[in-house]
Design a protein around this ligand. Sequence first.
Ligand code: COA
Length: 386
Amino acid sequence: MTQQTSAASEQTGSASKTKRGGLEGVVAARTGLSKVDGEAGRLIYRGYTIHDLARTTTFEEIAYLLWFGHLPTKMELVDLKVRLLEERALPKVVLQVLSDLPATTEPMDALRTAVSAWGAATIKGKPTIDQAIALASHFPVFLAAFHRLRTGLEPLESHPELDYAANYLYLLNGQLPKEEHVQALNAYLVMLADHGMNASTFTARIVASTESDIASAVVAAIGALKGPLHGGAPSKVQDMLRAIGTQERAEGWMREALARGERLMGFGHRVYKTEDPRAEELREMARLADPQEFALARRVEELALALLEEQKPGRRLYTNVEFYSAVVLASVGLPGDLFTPTFAASRVVGWTAHILEQVANNRLIRPEADYTGPNETRFVAIDERV
Ligand code: COA
């Protein structure tokens, strides 16, 4: 079945799944990259469960797995690392564009602008694996350059001996990072690299399906990831934890937020109807990384789950990946407005793997809409309109 007929038959054939909109339950692509089993709370990358990968692999191994289809041998991993290293310079055109942005620019907007400038100067033709590697390798470089520029510092050159996670922290801070920070960030990057047909990945595939270029597809994906219903949640989790402040205030604060019709950030998921398996891993990482912050977060989580069950019965709202991401990313020293861009620095691997998968077996993604406007309105010339 092609993508379009599959989506169309789902739409007509399973009205109950789709009646709430948002393409819920619609199959929009075939992929060998990752599977999200929302009922069982399982996430697998090319057959491997996330629990096996989270704290035992490097982000480069996961990039290899997603791009090339299998976990790398030692030689294959060395080869990929060399290719990533070769693409870590900050191109002049991007430095110029980032330098011209106001210091108040949101880092996600700066990243989107940098990728667009890089694409304009660099990218020609159909998406390739070389372009995917170059693009992913540049993400931490662009982000750290913007962060340093906005704080009045010069961007740094990448450290030749540091891998993706460690080099990102080095580029931000100008110091060799602590090993525990590198491990925590690496595990975070591993867990966020791909996640089925999430909104930004779908966006990337749509753009790629028009035979547009890889930079355009990734720019669009960054735009989709930015929203708080998708990747924009972790800094809002941090805002929530800060506003709550103490364990004693947690229940009252959340009751008031729910009474105002607000959502509790870091809870609920379109696909997971049980706990997000990444939340389980991140909870343990947060417990080790920052015991004090963890104690508050854990209490807020327990109360939030009870309140959501009480006030939204039957909706099956559980902890999602963003809740403990906020604690883990803060513990490695990242400012809140770099949380979502750091998510992007992981997901770029998934986006580009999906783009390559899409172009390898492409058909234009072009769904239909239920038209709800009038059908036979009588035309009135402009001079006669009142
Ligand atoms: N807090 C309070 N209520 C929530 C909620 C949350 N975090 N998430 C969902 N709900 C409620 C909705 O208000 C709705 O209630 P209703 O039936 O009374 O109208 C019901 O649960 C279903 O919500 P819906 O918007 O249909 O779910 P969705 O599948 O479209 O949304 C999310 C999924 C992730 C967008 C949603 O759970 C959310 O906004 N979470 C908070 C933001 C977040 O953590 N984002 C990161 C996602 S990884």
